[in-house]
Design a protein around this ligand. Structure first.
Ligand SMILES: Nc1ncnc2c1ncn2[C@@H]1O[C@H](COP(=O)(O)OP(=O)(O)OP(=O)(O)O)[C@@H](O)[C@H]1O
Length: 242
């Protein structure tokens, strides 16, 4: 265990949800190689509410793509609930990702021709959940984010804050172990940014879902359990906030 993890306080190893060990991520563009992550080791524990912050280009998105199992590191190991990701077939990996990981994006990524409720049902339909159950679970998820009255609204009739709440409902409807959110507040004003992260915080507590998100906004760091500072592809600090 690294000194950084000791500094952040050390919950029992059995609570480790995701473990990253010496992760490197290079991007090769013709002759040029960018070393976006230069050896990151990290354990995310069940139930944590974690922010990743740091300057532009420090590797935050690269890290989130690896944590969300959408990108593989150039070297290093990732394990989710003890399962080494690199050993899985493509099908097993996408099945694991769809069951265990929810995503929230900077630009919401809602389907414009579908209502809020229909958007939230999409991941369940992909999982083959029957229509009646998908509808009931999506209704509950919309209620959980305070949007039960907007079930039939189309995304372009909703505010940015409301759209992101629909996206959070969509991320949670499959009951994932972790929600990965890359800059979820980048397209929101400061009031809505705070509200959206506060909502994620409440859902983290009430549903015991782990959240990890990136941000440039220092005010939002007050709401987290733990903040990870990334600089130039390296974990510079790992700080328990409360
Ligand atoms: N697909 C890619 N191909 C080539 N280089 C990339 C790619 N993705 C990221 N990079 C480079 O890797 C480095 C880290 O990028 P990354 O997007 O992970 O940082 P970031 O901290 O999320 O930045 P920002 O805050 O601006 O979103 C940067 O130098 C970036 O230009």
């Amino acid at each position: 265990m690294s000194q950084l993890e000791v500094a952040a306080g050390s919950p029992p190893e059995t609570d480790v949800l995701l473990a990253l060990n010496d992760i490197r991520r290079d991007y090769v563009l013709g002759e040029a190689k960018v070393e976006a992550l230069k050896g990151v080791s990290l354990r995310i524990h069940r139930g944590e509410f974690v922010a990743v912050w740091g300057p532009s280009g420090s590797g935050k998105s690269s890290l989130m793509n690896i944590l969300g199992l959408v990108d593989a590191p150039t070297s290093g190991d990732v394990t989710l609930e003890g399962t080494p990701i690199s050993k899985l077939s493509d099908n097993a990996l996408s099945d694991l990702r769809s069951r265990k990981v929810g995503f929230v994006f900077q630009s919401f990524n809602l389907i414009p021709v579908l209502s809020a409720l229909e958007n939230v049902q999409v991941p369940l339909q992909i999982q083959g959940v029957n229509a009646a159950e998908a509808r009931a679970r999506a209704s509950q998820a919309l209620k959980d984010v305070g949007l039960e009255n907007q079930a039939n609204a189309l995304p372009d009739k909703m505010s940015g804050g409301q759209r992101q709440r629909v996206a959070i409902a969509r991320a949670l409807v499959t009951a994932p172990a972790i929600v990965v959110a890359d800059e979820p507040t980048a397209n929101l004003d400061s009031e809505n940014s705070y509200m959206v992260v506060k909502l994620m915080r409440e859902l983290n507590r009430s549903k015991h879902v782990t959240f990890i998100f990136t941000t440039h906004d220092p005010r939002l760091l007050d709401l987290v359990d733990r903040k990870l500072l990334l600089k130039d592809g390296l974990l510079q600090s790992d700080e328990a906030v409360r």
